[in-house]
Design a protein around this ligand. Structure first.
Ligand code: AHM
Ligand code: MG
Length: 333
Protein backbone atom coordinates (compact mmCIF):
# COMPACT_ATOMS: atom_id res chain seq x y z
CA UNK A 1 0.00 0.00 0.00
CA UNK A 2 1.25 3.47 -0.86
CA UNK A 3 2.18 5.34 2.31
CA UNK A 4 0.57 8.74 2.66
CA UNK A 5 1.92 10.89 5.47
CA UNK A 6 -0.15 13.43 7.36
CA UNK A 7 1.85 16.20 5.66
CA UNK A 8 1.16 14.83 2.19
CA UNK A 9 -2.52 14.36 3.00
CA UNK A 10 -2.86 17.94 4.25
CA UNK A 11 -1.03 19.45 1.28
CA UNK A 12 -3.06 17.43 -1.24
CA UNK A 13 -6.31 18.24 0.53
CA UNK A 14 -5.42 21.92 0.34
CA UNK A 15 -4.57 21.60 -3.35
CA UNK A 16 -7.60 19.55 -4.38
CA UNK A 17 -10.41 20.84 -2.20
CA UNK A 18 -8.92 24.10 -0.98
CA UNK A 19 -10.36 23.08 2.38
CA UNK A 20 -7.27 23.55 4.51
CA UNK A 21 -5.67 27.02 4.44
CA UNK A 22 -1.88 27.05 4.98
CA UNK A 23 -2.11 28.39 8.54
CA UNK A 24 -4.59 25.68 9.52
CA UNK A 25 -2.33 23.07 7.99
CA UNK A 26 0.57 24.35 10.08
CA UNK A 27 -1.62 24.31 13.17
CA UNK A 28 -2.67 20.69 12.62
CA UNK A 29 0.92 19.62 11.98
CA UNK A 30 2.09 21.33 15.14
CA UNK A 31 -0.66 19.71 17.23
CA UNK A 32 0.17 16.33 15.67
CA UNK A 33 3.85 16.84 16.53
CA UNK A 34 2.92 17.69 20.11
CA UNK A 35 0.85 14.49 20.29
CA UNK A 36 3.94 12.59 19.18
CA UNK A 37 5.85 14.08 22.11
CA UNK A 38 3.01 13.27 24.52
CA UNK A 39 2.89 9.71 23.17
CA UNK A 40 6.59 9.40 23.90
CA UNK A 41 6.16 10.66 27.48
CA UNK A 42 3.17 8.37 28.06
CA UNK A 43 5.14 5.43 26.70
CA UNK A 44 7.96 5.94 29.19
CA UNK A 45 5.61 5.47 32.14
CA UNK A 46 7.39 4.76 35.40
CA UNK A 47 10.77 4.88 33.62
CA UNK A 48 10.23 8.56 32.87
CA UNK A 49 9.00 9.39 36.37
CA UNK A 50 5.79 10.73 34.81
CA UNK A 51 3.18 8.66 36.66
CA UNK A 52 1.22 9.61 39.77
CA UNK A 53 -0.46 12.75 41.04
CA UNK A 54 0.96 16.24 40.96
CA UNK A 55 0.23 18.34 44.04
CA UNK A 56 -2.25 20.55 42.20
CA UNK A 57 -5.94 20.75 41.32
CA UNK A 58 -7.39 21.96 38.03
CA UNK A 59 -10.28 24.39 37.64
CA UNK A 60 -12.76 21.51 37.98
CA UNK A 61 -11.34 20.74 41.43
CA UNK A 62 -9.83 17.47 40.19
CA UNK A 63 -6.38 16.37 41.31
CA UNK A 64 -4.03 16.74 38.37
CA UNK A 65 -1.77 13.91 37.33
CA UNK A 66 1.84 14.64 36.43
CA UNK A 67 1.14 13.61 32.85
CA UNK A 68 -1.87 15.99 32.66
CA UNK A 69 0.47 18.87 33.40
CA UNK A 70 3.30 17.64 31.18
CA UNK A 71 0.90 17.16 28.24
CA UNK A 72 -0.59 20.61 28.75
CA UNK A 73 2.89 22.17 28.71
CA UNK A 74 3.89 20.24 25.58
CA UNK A 75 0.83 21.54 23.70
CA UNK A 76 1.29 25.13 24.91
CA UNK A 77 4.97 25.28 24.02
CA UNK A 78 4.53 23.63 20.64
CA UNK A 79 1.77 26.02 19.60
CA UNK A 80 2.97 29.36 20.93
CA UNK A 81 5.53 30.48 18.41
CA UNK A 82 4.21 29.44 14.98
CA UNK A 83 2.11 32.55 14.34
CA UNK A 84 -1.01 30.52 13.55
CA UNK A 85 -2.86 31.07 16.83
CA UNK A 86 -4.43 33.94 18.72
CA UNK A 87 -5.04 32.04 21.96
CA UNK A 88 -5.43 28.61 23.53
CA UNK A 89 -7.68 27.13 26.20
CA UNK A 90 -7.32 23.86 28.06
CA UNK A 91 -9.09 21.64 30.55
CA UNK A 92 -6.06 22.11 32.76
CA UNK A 93 -6.08 25.94 32.79
CA UNK A 94 -8.72 28.10 34.42
CA UNK A 95 -8.30 31.02 32.05
CA UNK A 96 -7.37 31.28 28.40
CA UNK A 97 -3.76 31.42 27.28
CA UNK A 98 -3.22 34.32 24.83
CA UNK A 99 -0.17 34.08 22.57
CA UNK A 100 2.68 36.04 24.22
CA UNK A 101 3.47 39.43 22.66
CA UNK A 102 6.88 38.34 21.45
CA UNK A 103 5.24 36.09 18.84
CA UNK A 104 2.99 37.02 15.92
CA UNK A 105 -0.72 36.45 16.44
CA UNK A 106 -2.68 34.25 14.03
CA UNK A 107 -6.37 33.88 13.28
CA UNK A 108 -7.11 30.52 14.94
CA UNK A 109 -7.97 29.51 18.48
CA UNK A 110 -7.10 26.09 19.85
CA UNK A 111 -8.87 24.25 22.68
CA UNK A 112 -7.73 20.96 24.14
CA UNK A 113 -8.05 18.31 26.78
CA UNK A 114 -4.33 17.49 26.89
CA UNK A 115 -4.75 14.03 28.40
CA UNK A 116 -8.22 12.56 28.54
CA UNK A 117 -9.00 9.52 30.66
CA UNK A 118 -6.87 10.60 33.62
CA UNK A 119 -7.99 7.67 35.79
CA UNK A 120 -6.29 5.31 33.32
CA UNK A 121 -2.88 7.01 33.22
CA UNK A 122 -1.29 5.04 36.04
CA UNK A 123 -2.72 1.66 35.05
CA UNK A 124 -1.48 1.48 31.45
CA UNK A 125 -4.91 1.71 29.80
CA UNK A 126 -5.52 3.82 26.67
CA UNK A 127 -5.70 7.59 27.13
CA UNK A 128 -5.65 10.43 24.62
CA UNK A 129 -5.57 14.08 23.59
CA UNK A 130 -8.66 15.86 22.23
CA UNK A 131 -8.53 19.16 20.34
CA UNK A 132 -10.85 21.64 18.68
CA UNK A 133 -10.02 24.57 16.38
CA UNK A 134 -12.09 27.74 16.07
CA UNK A 135 -11.52 30.95 14.15
CA UNK A 136 -11.01 34.16 16.07
CA UNK A 137 -14.00 36.48 15.64
CA UNK A 138 -13.60 39.26 13.04
CA UNK A 139 -11.80 42.30 14.40
CA UNK A 140 -10.68 40.66 17.64
CA UNK A 141 -7.74 42.61 19.08
CA UNK A 142 -7.03 41.01 22.44
CA UNK A 143 -8.53 37.56 22.87
CA UNK A 144 -10.83 36.99 25.82
CA UNK A 145 -12.78 33.98 27.06
CA UNK A 146 -15.86 35.38 25.30
CA UNK A 147 -14.21 34.96 21.90
CA UNK A 148 -14.06 31.20 22.50
CA UNK A 149 -17.77 30.87 23.24
CA UNK A 150 -18.83 29.75 19.77
CA UNK A 151 -21.09 26.78 19.05
CA UNK A 152 -19.47 23.58 17.83
CA UNK A 153 -20.79 24.11 14.30
CA UNK A 154 -18.12 26.82 13.98
CA UNK A 155 -15.22 24.42 14.47
CA UNK A 156 -12.90 24.36 11.46
CA UNK A 157 -11.01 21.27 12.59
CA UNK A 158 -11.10 18.73 15.39
CA UNK A 159 -9.19 15.63 16.26
CA UNK A 160 -7.95 13.28 18.89
CA UNK A 161 -4.95 11.07 19.52
CA UNK A 162 -5.22 7.74 21.31
CA UNK A 163 -2.17 6.50 23.19
CA UNK A 164 -2.93 2.80 23.18
CA UNK A 165 -1.28 -0.34 21.79
CA UNK A 166 -0.77 1.91 18.77
CA UNK A 167 -0.75 5.70 18.78
CA UNK A 168 -3.33 6.98 16.31
CA UNK A 169 -4.51 10.42 15.26
CA UNK A 170 -8.06 10.91 14.02
CA UNK A 171 -8.78 14.14 12.22
CA UNK A 172 -11.53 16.08 10.52
CA UNK A 173 -11.47 19.45 8.80
CA UNK A 174 -15.12 19.16 7.84
CA UNK A 175 -14.52 16.90 4.87
CA UNK A 176 -14.81 13.41 6.37
CA UNK A 177 -12.70 11.64 8.97
CA UNK A 178 -9.31 10.05 8.46
CA UNK A 179 -7.05 8.10 10.78
CA UNK A 180 -3.25 8.18 10.91
CA UNK A 181 -1.03 5.74 12.79
CA UNK A 182 2.25 6.87 14.31
CA UNK A 183 5.15 5.01 12.73
CA UNK A 184 7.37 5.03 15.80
CA UNK A 185 10.58 4.14 13.94
CA UNK A 186 10.14 6.87 11.32
CA UNK A 187 8.47 9.35 13.66
CA UNK A 188 5.77 10.12 11.12
CA UNK A 189 1.99 9.88 10.96
CA UNK A 190 0.87 7.54 8.17
CA UNK A 191 -2.71 7.39 6.92
CA UNK A 192 -4.21 4.03 7.82
CA UNK A 193 -7.96 4.65 7.41
CA UNK A 194 -9.74 6.96 5.01
CA UNK A 195 -13.30 8.33 5.18
CA UNK A 196 -14.35 6.47 8.33
CA UNK A 197 -18.09 5.74 8.58
CA UNK A 198 -20.00 4.75 11.72
CA UNK A 199 -22.74 2.17 11.10
CA UNK A 200 -26.18 3.67 11.82
CA UNK A 201 -27.20 0.62 13.87
CA UNK A 202 -25.26 -1.14 16.57
CA UNK A 203 -25.46 -3.81 19.25
CA UNK A 204 -22.93 -2.22 21.62
CA UNK A 205 -23.27 0.51 24.22
CA UNK A 206 -21.07 2.34 26.72
CA UNK A 207 -22.13 3.82 30.03
CA UNK A 208 -20.77 3.81 33.56
CA UNK A 209 -23.48 1.58 35.04
CA UNK A 210 -22.32 2.18 38.62
CA UNK A 211 -24.30 5.43 38.38
CA UNK A 212 -27.54 3.65 37.43
CA UNK A 213 -29.29 4.56 40.67
CA UNK A 214 -28.74 8.26 39.91
CA UNK A 215 -29.95 8.21 36.27
CA UNK A 216 -33.03 10.08 35.14
CA UNK A 217 -35.97 8.03 33.73
CA UNK A 218 -35.19 8.33 29.97
CA UNK A 219 -31.69 6.88 30.46
CA UNK A 220 -32.93 4.15 32.81
CA UNK A 221 -35.62 3.16 30.31
CA UNK A 222 -33.18 3.11 27.37
CA UNK A 223 -30.50 1.05 29.18
CA UNK A 224 -33.04 -1.38 30.70
CA UNK A 225 -34.32 -2.10 27.20
CA UNK A 226 -30.79 -2.82 25.98
CA UNK A 227 -30.11 -5.08 28.96
CA UNK A 228 -33.31 -7.03 28.32
CA UNK A 229 -31.75 -8.38 25.12
CA UNK A 230 -33.44 -10.75 22.73
CA UNK A 231 -36.56 -11.32 24.79
CA UNK A 232 -36.98 -7.61 25.61
CA UNK A 233 -38.61 -4.84 23.54
CA UNK A 234 -35.51 -4.41 21.33
CA UNK A 235 -35.50 -8.11 20.43
CA UNK A 236 -31.74 -8.32 20.19
CA UNK A 237 -28.77 -8.79 22.50
CA UNK A 238 -26.50 -5.86 23.25
CA UNK A 239 -22.90 -5.91 24.45
CA UNK A 240 -21.44 -3.36 26.89
CA UNK A 241 -17.96 -1.75 26.93
CA UNK A 242 -16.69 1.05 29.21
CA UNK A 243 -13.02 2.03 29.04
CA UNK A 244 -13.37 5.23 31.10
CA UNK A 245 -11.38 7.08 28.45
CA UNK A 246 -13.78 8.85 26.12
CA UNK A 247 -11.16 8.92 23.39
CA UNK A 248 -10.78 5.14 23.46
CA UNK A 249 -14.54 4.51 23.66
CA UNK A 250 -15.24 6.89 20.77
CA UNK A 251 -12.42 5.38 18.76
CA UNK A 252 -13.98 1.93 19.09
CA UNK A 253 -17.33 3.39 18.03
CA UNK A 254 -15.74 5.03 15.00
CA UNK A 255 -14.40 1.63 13.99
CA UNK A 256 -17.31 -0.69 14.66
CA UNK A 257 -20.27 1.40 15.80
CA UNK A 258 -21.83 1.82 19.23
CA UNK A 259 -23.30 4.46 21.50
CA UNK A 260 -21.40 6.24 24.26
CA UNK A 261 -23.35 7.94 27.02
CA UNK A 262 -22.37 10.20 29.89
CA UNK A 263 -25.74 11.56 30.98
CA UNK A 264 -26.58 14.20 33.53
CA UNK A 265 -27.80 12.47 36.68
CA UNK A 266 -29.12 13.15 40.17
CA UNK A 267 -25.73 12.84 41.90
CA UNK A 268 -25.10 16.53 41.39
CA UNK A 269 -28.37 17.89 39.98
CA UNK A 270 -26.77 21.26 39.22
CA UNK A 271 -24.21 19.69 36.88
CA UNK A 272 -25.33 18.85 33.35
CA UNK A 273 -23.12 15.76 33.10
CA UNK A 274 -19.39 15.27 33.59
CA UNK A 275 -17.81 15.93 30.23
CA UNK A 276 -16.83 19.39 29.07
CA UNK A 277 -18.56 20.91 26.06
CA UNK A 278 -15.85 22.92 24.41
CA UNK A 279 -12.86 20.58 24.36
CA UNK A 280 -14.42 17.14 24.83
CA UNK A 281 -18.00 16.96 23.52
CA UNK A 282 -17.74 19.44 20.64
CA UNK A 283 -14.66 18.02 18.91
CA UNK A 284 -15.96 14.47 19.34
CA UNK A 285 -19.40 15.47 18.04
CA UNK A 286 -17.82 17.11 14.98
CA UNK A 287 -15.77 13.97 14.23
CA UNK A 288 -18.67 11.59 14.81
CA UNK A 289 -21.09 13.62 12.65
CA UNK A 290 -18.46 13.78 9.92
CA UNK A 291 -18.40 9.97 10.05
CA UNK A 292 -22.17 9.73 9.66
CA UNK A 293 -22.96 9.39 13.39
CA UNK A 294 -24.87 11.71 15.71
CA UNK A 295 -24.35 13.49 19.03
CA UNK A 296 -26.90 15.09 21.36
CA UNK A 297 -27.16 16.12 24.99
CA UNK A 298 -30.44 14.17 25.17
CA UNK A 299 -32.39 17.15 23.94
CA UNK A 300 -30.49 18.91 21.19
CA UNK A 301 -27.59 18.49 18.80
CA UNK A 302 -24.39 19.11 20.74
CA UNK A 303 -22.86 21.19 17.94
CA UNK A 304 -25.77 23.67 18.15
CA UNK A 305 -25.33 24.45 21.86
CA UNK A 306 -24.37 28.06 22.50
CA UNK A 307 -21.62 27.89 25.13
CA UNK A 308 -21.93 30.17 28.14
CA UNK A 309 -18.65 29.43 29.89
CA UNK A 310 -15.35 27.93 28.80
CA UNK A 311 -15.44 24.93 31.10
CA UNK A 312 -19.15 24.17 31.03
CA UNK A 313 -20.28 20.57 31.25
CA UNK A 314 -22.75 18.78 29.06
CA UNK A 315 -24.58 15.45 28.89
CA UNK A 316 -23.34 13.34 25.98
CA UNK A 317 -25.07 10.72 23.80
CA UNK A 318 -22.83 10.02 20.84
CA UNK A 319 -22.25 7.39 18.17
CA UNK A 320 -24.44 5.28 15.89
CA UNK A 321 -27.17 7.51 14.50
CA UNK A 322 -30.26 5.39 15.13
CA UNK A 323 -29.40 4.70 18.76
CA UNK A 324 -28.60 8.34 19.52
CA UNK A 325 -31.88 9.30 17.92
CA UNK A 326 -33.78 6.74 20.01
CA UNK A 327 -32.39 7.79 23.39
CA UNK A 328 -32.94 11.44 22.44
CA UNK A 329 -36.57 10.66 21.62
CA UNK A 330 -36.97 9.03 25.04
CA UNK A 331 -35.96 12.36 26.59
CA UNK A 332 -38.76 14.11 24.72
CA UNK A 333 -41.42 11.51 25.64
P1 AHM B 1 -10.97 13.52 32.45
O1 AHM B 1 -10.95 14.54 31.36
O2 AHM B 1 -10.71 14.11 33.80
O3 AHM B 1 -10.08 12.35 32.17
O4 AHM B 1 -12.49 12.98 32.56
C1 AHM B 1 -13.14 12.54 31.39
C2 AHM B 1 -13.26 11.04 31.40
C3 AHM B 1 -13.71 10.47 30.07
O5 AHM B 1 -12.62 10.20 29.24
C4 AHM B 1 -14.41 9.21 30.49
O6 AHM B 1 -15.37 8.81 29.57
C5 AHM B 1 -15.04 9.60 31.81
O7 AHM B 1 -14.24 10.65 32.33
C6 AHM B 1 -15.06 8.46 32.80
O8 AHM B 1 -15.76 8.86 33.92
P2 AHM B 1 -16.05 7.88 35.15
O9 AHM B 1 -14.77 7.76 35.88
O10 AHM B 1 -17.12 8.59 35.91
O11 AHM B 1 -16.51 6.56 34.59
MG1 MG C 1 -11.10 14.82 29.63
Amino acid sequence: MKRISLTQYLIEEQRLNNSIPAELRLLIEVVARACKTISHAVGKGALGDVLGAADTENVQGEIQKKLDIISNEILLQANEWGGHLAAMASEEMETIHPIPNRYPMGEYMLLFDPLDGSSNIDVNVSIGTIFSVLKAPEGMATPTEKDFLQPGTRQVAAGYAVYGPQTVLVLTTGNGVNCFTLDREMGSWIMTQRALQIPADTAEYSINASNARHWYPPVTRYVKELEAGKTGPREKNFNMRWIASMVADVHRILNRGGIFMYPADAREPDKPGKLRLMYEANPMAFIVEQAGGAATDGKMRILDIQPITLHQRVAVFIGSRNEVQRVTEYHAA
